[in-house]
Design a protein around this ligand. Structure first.
Ligand SMILES: [Mn+2]
Length: 418
């Protein structure tokens, strides 16, 4: 079943926390964005902006939210929704009305979008800063309507300092609430069932995209919103291309098949990588490599806990992974780890699959992160990555993806049932 709406108090609590971080004399503007055009009259599928969703629960494109510091009380938050449009509703379906917007978000002040500029201009009169943000990290991302809108605002309001909202959102979004963890767990449980089906249907001769289709079918059928990110199904040497998503090769009996996948349930996705032997049994060479990666995966799961920063986790991972790979003979010296390890040990996980993170900040209790060591042996045509999702606690972590098999005996055992 589709995820039920999160209660309005979840979003109210998140807004309260953000408004408490806003300094006196500031405003925050958060926008949901609009669908990106694909070609002719087609758009790419629209997904709500993660921060906008976190603060409102509203999925309606083009909606905006304006917030003042918490001390200003309830009058300091207004949600703006595009006016209902009967012709648009005929073609595209029901829009979010003002009353519905209020019920979903818990925001008392809900207005139609044309009132937005007037409100912003009057609210900013006695203020110095506006917190806002669009795609702040990747310079190659295309300019969206929202970028142009903000650019226009900077020209029309040159007296206002435009500040990054990201660092404030990082403080809030890195600690997952009970509701958020429950959604990630639900996504992982659906993924577990789907991967189990893959284990029982994977055969030499299958095409990689057929595995991708199997997963997508299971996710959507179980009520997920969408696939969390492009699925990687990489047989044999394809697995040494980290973001291999073409998924067009035929799977050979001797291949290991690397599957990196996520199901998005109620806006939260899991992110799991598993490696299965197409023929149902690992060869001796494959077994050794797999066990080596599993050893790092388990050692790092035993290491991480709240209070560590990504910098510390990555440093520790480099040492542990370097030692284990050297001992197994995959590298001569620990400094050669990047030649076969290729990437860092993991990332934060949440509303974004690569969630907000900052290398130096200690991760709080309640942070959800991935642990995903990899070993990529181009000459041997083999790539292995074992990725789990864990919830950080004071003492260590809880493995949310515990039930998805990763021990060789378990994998081979399930594959025997084919
Ligand atoms: Mn990942």
């Amino acid at each position: 079943m589709r995820a039920p709406n999160l209660p309005a108090r979840f979003f109210s609590k998140n807004r309260e926390a953000l408004r408490k971080l806003l300094p006196e004399g500031s405003l925050a503007l958060v926008s949901n964005g609009a669908p990106l055009p694909r070609n002719a009259d087609q758009n790419y599928p629209f997904r709500p902006d993660s921060t906008f969703f976190y603060l409102t629960g509203i999925e309606e494109p083009k909606a905006r939210l304006l917030l003042t510091p918490w001390s200003e009380g309830q009058a300091g938050e207004t949600l703006f929704l595009p006016p209902l449009d009967a012709s648009k509703e005929t073609w595209e379906g029901k829009m979010t009305g003002l009353e519905e917007g209020k019920v979903l978000s818990g925001i008392e002040g809900v207005a139609e979008l044309p009132a937005f500029e007037f409100t912003l201009f009057s609210w900013q009169k006695h203020r110095e800063q506006l917190y806002c943000e669009v795609n702040p990290i990747f310079p190659h991302q295309p300019l969206t309507a929202e970028h142009l809108f903000l650019e226009n605002l900077t020209r029309r309001l040159p007296g206002l300092a435009f500040k990054k909202l990201g660092p404030l959102m990082l403080k809030l979004r890195s600690k997952k609430s009970k509701e958020e963890v429950a959604r990630i767990e639900q996504a992982l449980s659906i993924m577990g069932r789907a991967l189990d089906r893959v284990l029982r249907t994977l055969k030499p001769g299958r095409l990689e995209y057929q595995i991708e289709a199997e997963l997508a079918h299971q996710y959507l059928y179980a009520g997920c919103d969408r696939v969390g990110f492009d699925t990687i199904v990489a047989a044999g040497a394809n697995a040494t291309t980290l973001h291999y998503v073409s998924n067009r090769s035929r799977i050979k009996k001797s291949d290991l098949v690397l599957i990196d996948t996520g199901a998005e349930y109620g806006m939260y996705s899991g992110d799991i990588t598993r490696v299965f032997p197409a023929g149902g049994k690992f060869s001796a060479k494959q077994k050794k490599a797999y066990q080596t990666v599993l050893e790092v995966n388990q050692a790092m799961i035993a290491e991480v806990k709240a209070g560590m920063s990504w910098q510390e986790i990555n440093e520790r991972a480099k040492r542990i992974q370097g030692e284990i790979y050297k001992k197994a003979g995959y590298i001569k010296a620990e400094k050669n780890l990047p030649s076969v390890g290729l990437h860092r040990i993991g990332h934060s996980l949440g509303l974004d699959v690569h969630d907000l993170q900052q290398a130096e900040d200690p991760l709080p209790v309640g942070a959800v992160i991935t642990i995903e060591p990899g070993l990529y042996l181009k000459e041997q045509g083999m790539g292995i990555r074992i990725e789990d999702n864990v919830l950080l606690t004071q003492e260590g972590c809880r493995v949310l993806s515990q039930k998805i098999p990763k021990e060789i005996a378990e994998i081979e055992g399930r594959m025997k049932e084919r």
